[in-house]
Design a protein around this ligand. Sequence first.
Ligand code: FE2
Length: 207
Amino acid sequence: MDGRAALPDLLAELRALYGRERAAHPAERDFYDAVLAALDGPADRRPARVQKPALALLPAALAAAATGPLAGLAAAFGPVEPALAWTQNPNYSDAKMGDGYMAGYAYADLVGPRGLIASDRVAMGLLILGPQRLYPDHNHPAAELYHVVAGTADWSRDGGAFAAQPPGRRIWHPPWMRHAMRIGAETLLAWYAWVGPVDVAANLVKA
Ligand SMILES: [Fe+2]
């Protein structure tokens, strides 16, 4: 089955989400405008499907999301998933992140350099981070907006205390602001949007 056939439903969910929020966050209006414009770009890319071990966590996490505030996004994402290329940040490894980390970690661009919609300025997609993992302080030059789709994890921004962020929560990181996630019992699914130099991958912040 061609996941691209389900793309219009996912794009409609995303336009609604970002369109709803745009007026409430005037300081980030340019960010929202860039994201919304990218969603209207030509969906003419056909990346080869690439799977990662973390995909084994996806069905249960999407099922959990079905009772949450972003159920529509989760439901629309599922059918598109087979059209995506899952990847991992080349800066990361089990040696750096902890034994077994990489087996529960993957993300896929819907929009971006590896996305169905090409962009070198905007990236958007889904991050999977499995239970009992710590993604330590890291940063990147692109501005970033996350939405928690499934899983309540502890998040820290700008070196602050970790705080539980349930599904539906919006988490904003300006360029280069360090941030971290500590995953407990529940797989985290987080929808990300980056605007800026999206070809520069995140990297850990040295303590
Ligand atoms: Fe980030």
